[in-house]
Ligand binder design. Structure first.
Ligand SMILES: [Fe+2]
Ligand SMILES: [Fe+2]
Length: 289
């Protein structure tokens, strides 16, 4: 595991124990992340057992959008059923497929009833140390080929939609009071993790304007989906690790049968207490003297 975090390997998973308390003692928050499993109405029961295992495997489950095929309420009900046995917090963003039927609001109501937290600009603090911010993101492309707000009103609207997403991610990151911030997107914030897809469609797979708040807030990691045949991992210009957790890609690359597990190192209680003692005026130095 690197200083910033790293994939949870099998040995470490066993050594760290299966219980959340053991991992916390070892200074680890373990994230499970997957996107693009695209539930249809015929998929009832297809993923339920696999998702149930996440209770032992991780402390939080991140869903990177495209939970459904066409975003109908019936499909969202299937998703809720597949997640029925998950007891750890579930955080999600929606994908383009989840918007296809213009029923995303109804779909989210179904998932909220199941206890799923939509990270659409609404941050989530898992512990006092680790928080999550997410938005769907949008299209536009990467680098010098990024779509710019020039010409027709429709083109400006596309760029404006992307910039709105960037701004909402920035606000969500700012609202987190945790020292460690993790980002969840559907679209890719870097070109590296869409490599493998046809170059002609790169502009529809993500937009690197999303990377600016990620780097400025020094996120611990980014998880996204959408580019089913892209590349599993990459890095932002600021050095933040980015993972494409599309379900088919995870399986194809051997990075997870149902989800990818990633360990985020967090200060232990003892380290927090030491840090507080070492800071005479520190906010945490107080109660016990
Ligand atoms: Fe997808
Ligand atoms: Fe997608």
């Amino acid at each position: 595991m690197t200083e910033r975090g790293g994939p949870a390997d099998a040995a470490a998973a066993k050594q760290g124990g299966r219980r959340k308390e053991d991992r916390l003692r070892a200074g680890i928050v373990r994230v499970a992340a997957v996107g693009d499993f695209h539930c249809g109405e015929e998929d009832v029961g297809r993923y339920r057992e696999a998702f149930a295992r996440v209770n032992d495997d991780a402390d939080v489950l991140l869903l990177a959008g495209d939970l459904t095929r066409r975003g109908t309420p019936a499909e969202f009900r299937v998703v809720a059923g597949e997640l029925a046995d998950v007891r750890i917090p579930i955080l999600t963003v929606l994908g383009n497929h989840d918007h296809e039927s213009h029923e995303a609001e109804a779909g989210m109501a179904i998932l909220r009833e199941r206890g799923v937290h939509l990270l659409d600009g609404e941050p989530f603090e898992l512990t006092p140390q680790v928080g999550f911010a997410g938005v769907k993101g949008f299209i536009g492309g990467f680098g010098r080929w990024t779509l710019t707000a020039f010409g027709e009103a429709e083109t400006k609207q596309i760029v404006g939609t992307t910039l709105d997403e960037v701004q909402r991610l920035e606000f969500a990151l700012r609202r987190l009071s945790t020292p460690i911030r993790v980002v969840l997107l559907h679209y890719s914030p870097i070109a590296d993790t869409v490599m493998g897809e046809p170059e002609q469609i790169f502009a529809f797979l993500g937009n690197d304007r999303l990377v600016e708040p990620v780097d400025r807030f020094k996120a611990a990691a980014v998880f996204h989906g959408h580019a089913h045949h892209g590349t599993f991992s990459g890095t932002t210009p600021g050095g933040v690790p980015v993972f494409n957790v599309s379900h088919v890609l995870l399986k194809a690359t051997g990075n997870g049968e149902m989800y990818f597990l990633y360990d985020i190192p967090v200060p232990t209680d003892a380290e927090m207490a030491n840090a507080a003692e070492a800071t005479p005026m520190g906010a945490g130095a107080g109660a016990d003297g």
